[in-house]
Design a protein around this ligand. Structure first.
Ligand code: GDP
Ligand code: IMO
Ligand code: MG
Length: 433
């Protein structure tokens, strides 16, 4: 059975949650491989809106197994809050949700360090989600992180917390004028978290590989997006994990030969939350319309999202670094009534035309080069058959695919589960189980 990875191709919030929820029906397992509760994945069906931060979006399908892999950073408090909210809605998680024993934990001092560091950066701040993500990955790489399995042993956990606070309390006090944290209180809290976490813990690499050996199919769920990836993005205005397809293997403990294809989710336009370059950003009526009609406000922090035209340079780059087999284009309905529609095909930087994503983007000094296409005059949110989409939509998608160097495998024209269409004989017909 094929295993497929799903990644964001832009700056996050592409609609990954909705697409994962739809795809999950065809897979046995959904596994998150990176990020943490900086993610906000919205799934809407019936009258209910679910926003998932840590738990894979597959959890909303009752018969599916979900995995939080070793590459994810887990804030236990946030995880339990999410589990409680799901259970309150009748969605069970026991024996269905597995958390890697090797996943690193977010501790309260990670929040403290992030707040202090962002404040000190002043105008150069990244505009993080304040979830402690960056400092937790920093600790992981510095080999001072605390993993889920470490909470199982009070002695081990105590030594680690005491050793870390020895350094962290000094750092917080002298550099950021914050803290200190009390080790005893933190040990008690995390021992209790460890007890509650225990039934969810597993060697998830073993679990996934055994499942795949037995012919089960896995959907690898990405968070954030390509242009927030720690390596392949607009550094330093990025998140601290490997959001691209490369992160799947290290973040889950599986071999690259297990990934049969990668789907890239993209909005029909572009949004970004937080600071950093965004070449196609619109500071006009159209940008305002995209934000209003698309309800572009962060699912995690509620911040207004920056909006702009579709960026073909960014999409082409995402197709390359992820090896995309197909695009899932979301929020097409938000473009209703906008005429003309613009697709960015290149940038002009210091008078030079650029077609491939540069390794650094000057903030503000980029002129996007656009191609204009006619918009469509009738609303498309109710359309359910590919052939019933207006010819202007087909033209827009064809051109978007050409510019992105990647075929369109599905489109979404509404937030609801049903608002999804696949082109006949498209690339996903062959890829999906
Ligand atoms: P994610 O982080 O990639 O999962 O995306 P978010 O959930 O943060 O943001 C996407 C938003 O767009 C959510 O509010 C979805 O309900 C909504 N959405 C997804 N697909 C569509 C679509 O095709 N049309 C409209 N109008 N909304 C959509
Ligand atoms: P989903 O999975 C959009 C952004 C933040 C900030 C930068 C670094 O819902 O697409 P961090 O807290 O990760 O250190 O912040 O990354 N960011 C996201 N933007 N969607 C997300 O997740 C994001 N997760 C982080 O706004 O600019
Ligand atoms: Mg989101």
């Amino acid at each position: 059975m094929p295993n497929v990875a799903l990644v964001g191709t832009q700056w996050g919030d592409e609609g990954k949650g909705k697409i994962v929820d739809w795809l999950a029906e065809r897979f046995d397992i959904v596994a998150r491989y990176q990020g943490g509760n900086n993610a906000g994945h919205t799934v809407i069906y019936g009258d209910t809106k679910h926003v998932l931060h840590l738990v894979p979006s597959g959890i909303l399908r009752p018969d599916k197994i979900c995995v939080i892999g070793n590459g994810v950073v887990v804030d236990p408090e946030a995880l339990f809050e999410e589990i409680d909210a799901l259970e309150a809605r009748g969605i069970t998680t026991r024996d269905r949700l597995w958390v890697s024993e090797r996943a690193h934990l977010i501790l309260p001092y990670h929040h403290g360090i992030e707040l202090g560091s962002e404040a000190r950066r002043g105008d150069d701040r990244i505009g993080t989600t304040s979830r402690g993500i960056g400092p937790c990955y920093q600790d992981k790489m510095a080999r001072s992180g605390i993993r889920a399995i470490d909470c199982a042993d009070r002695g081990v956990l105590s030594r680690m917390i005491v050793a870390n606070l020895n350094v962290v309390n000094d750092l917080l006090h002298h550099l950021y004028g914050r803290g200190p944290f009390d080790p005893e209180q933190m040990i008690e809290t995390y021992v209790a978290y460890g007890q509650r976490l225990r039934p969810y813990l597993a060697d998830t690499s073993l679990l996934l590989n055994r499942a795949m050996d037995a012919g089960r199919s896995v959907l690898f769920e990405g968070a954030q997006g390509t242009h927030l990836d720690i390596d392949h993005s607009t550094y330093p205005f990025v998140t601290s994990s490997s959001a691209t397809a490369g992160g799947v293997c290290s973040g889950l403990g599986i071999g690259p030969s297990r990934v049969d294809g990668v789907i890239g989710v993209t909005k029909a336009y572009t949004t970004r939350v937080g600071a950093g370059p965004m070449p196609t950003e619109l500071d006009d009526e159209v940008g305002e319309q995209l934000r209003r009609v698309g309800q572009e406000f962060g699912a995690t922090t509620g911040r207004p999202r920056r909006c702009g035209w579709f960026d073909g340079v960014a999409a082409r780059y995402a197709a390359r670094v992820n090896g995309l087999a197909a695009l899932a284009v979301t929020k097409l309905d938000v473009l209703d009534g906008i005429d003309p529609l613009r697709l960015c095909v290149g940038y002009e930087i210091d008078g030079v035309h650029v077609k491939e994503m540069p390794s650094t983007l000057p903030n503000g000094a980029i002129r996007p080069l656009y191609e204009d296409l006619p918009g469509w005059s009738r609303p498309i949110a109710e359309v359910r058959r590919w052939e019933d989409l207006p010819p202007e939509v087909h033209r827009y998608l064809e051109r978007l695919a050409e510019i992105s160097h990647c075929p369109v495998g599905m489109v979404s024209n509404g937030a609801d589960r049903e608002a999804i269409m696949l082109p006949p004989d498209g690339p996903l017909e062959r890829l999906l189980p």
